[in-house]
Design a protein around this ligand. Structure first.
Ligand code: ATP
Ligand code: MG
Length: 442
């Protein structure tokens, strides 16, 4: 992408309404624009990051055996009356009437709809287990939308729903998602800690919130510091290996970790003093086993091998890709701007033409731009007629991981400068070496 032809509306001023750094940087970097309270347009740079985050979420969901579909944003109130949640949900639900005065709503979540889809087709244990997910916009009329896309009213959610014959099967489905979540967040450069969460009236242990530690987080959390060094399950994890998966989950739940709602002061006392971590955290994911809570009232029943029909056991598993982007920025920035982990960066490489209009510099930039693009890298070529300082500032603000600075001085010696955003390290290399390095680098 040539910057001169791109749409990157960078703000020079720090927006006054933004209280936390991720919100400020997303506005300044031209990633999002507020259209109404808690409702944002995703500008081209923001959308690039959102797409990369979604791609990782999708890969890890698919790897674990979940299957993607797409449900609508608008749902019928009658569906929610079946579960009893239409009245229970309260003011967070955006209720809508169509021209025939039918009651509709903008979905805050999809348990009812997925249960309706399931009961329409599945009758037998032979079709289980099943895990269906989608990545779709949700609306919750939050009392206090704030912090940009961190707590917005319209937000993106990946929500998966598992179906099993019995509780044992459901636990395995839960464990698959647990492991998939560990991998998903780690791939984005985040250390997410699964923390025990409230299961409500169903009881049991099977609900975890995945929390990123950050001073601006809205939750108060308490955990054992060793979680920060735990190994992430590998890409070749066998999701059908029930005992192996269980032991991974057991290990990841063996130490103390809870949010303030679930905090057990006595148990936390037992954590060695030098391992006690009490901090603020951001919830980026939430997984939940809820048994037959929806299948029972909604009549989603399956035939077991014994010929008996019973309500199917379900779980639901959410990740907020839009909130995640803010969380990544909270975890990874400096005074100059965002530092994207390579896996979610909007562009892999920025080429900074330090003297646009100079024939030699233009040619060198153009050559590298074409080579890296042909190698499949996402390249932002700053070909604008701007002073170098402005180009450095832009590339740093939007956080491109690798920056190649090309000017007549270096070229006279056959060199360009390669800068790594995360560390500030710089190296003088030949154009060929930079091309080889960056096209192979993935
Ligand atoms: P919170 O406790 O932060 O209000 P929640 O418990 O209501 O979240 P879930 O219903 O578990 O959220 O939703 C799944 C995921 O969707 C959350 O883990 C979070 O990543 C994301 N999410 C929920 N609400 C919002 C919101 N208002 N803005 C952005 N993302 C959200
Ligand atoms: Mg939650």
């Amino acid at each position: 992408m040539r910057l001169s032809r791109y749409f990157l509306p960078i703000l020079r001023e720090t927006p006054k309404e933004a209280e936390i750094v991720s919100h400020r940087l997303m506005l300044r970097a031209g990633m999002i624009r507020q259209e109404a309270a808690g409702i944002y347009a995703w500008l081209p740079l923001g959308l690039r990051v959102l797409n990369k985050v979604n791609a990782i979420v999708r890969e890890e969901q698919n790897r674990s055996g979940a299957i993607e579909l797409l449900m609508p944003t608008i749902q019928s109130a009658d569906l929610w009356r079946e579960s009893g949640r239409y009245d229970a949900y309260g003011k967070e639900m955006l209720r809508i009437q169509d021209r025939h005065e039918r009651e509709m709503l903008f979905g805050p979540t999809n348990e009812e709809m997925i249960t309706e889809i399931f009961r329409g087709y599945v009758r037998s244990y032979k079709d289980l287990p099943l895990n269906l997910y989608h990545i779709q916009w949700k609306f919750r009329d939050e009392v206090r939308p704030r912090f940009g896309v961190m707590r917005s009213r319209e937000f993106l959610m990946k929500d998966a729903y598992s179906f099993d014959l019995d509780q044992a099967g459901a636990v395995h489905s839960y464990n698959k998602m647990f492991v998939a979540y560990l991998r998903t967040f780690a791939r984005m450069g985040l250390k997410a800690i699964p923390m025990r969460a409230d299961t409500g009236p169903i009881g049991g242990n099977l609900s975890h919130e995945f929390i990123i530690l950050a001073s601006t987080g809205e939750s108060e959390v308490f955990c054992h510091a060793d979680y920060l060094d735990f190994d992430i399950p590998p890409a070749d994890t066998d999701f059908d290996d029930i005992p192996a998966l269980q032991s991974t989950v057991d290990r990841w739940t063996s130490l103390y970790a809870a949010t303030s709602e679930m905090h057990d002061a006595a148990a936390y006392e037992a954590v060695p003093a030098d391992k006690k971590m009490s901090a603020r955290g951001i919830e980026v994911g939430h997984i939940f086993y809820f048994g037959t809570k929806y299948s029972e009232p909604m009549g989603a029943r399956v035939m077991g091998p014994d010929g008996q029909e019973r309500p199917v056991h379900m779980g639901s598993y959410g990740i907020g890709p839009s909130r995640l982007i803010a969380a990544i920025i909270e975890a990874s920035h400096d005074e100059n701007g965002i530092i994207w982990p390579e896996a979610v960066a909007p562009f892999d490489v920025a080429i900074l033409n330090l003297k646009a209009g100079d024939a030699g510099t233009d040619a060198a930039c153009q050559k590298l731009y074409q080579e890296l693009s042909a190698a499949g890298r996402d390249v932002l070529y700053d070909d604008r007629d701007e002073r170098p300082g402005a180009k450095f500032a832009t590339a740093d603000l939007i956080g491109v991981p690798w920056q190649v600075l090309i000017g007549p001085k270096g070229l006279a010696e056959g060199k360009v400068e390669l800068k790594r955003r995360a560390t500030g390290e710089r190296e003088m290399l030949s154009l060929e070496d930079v091309a080889a390095r960056l096209s192979g680098h993935k």
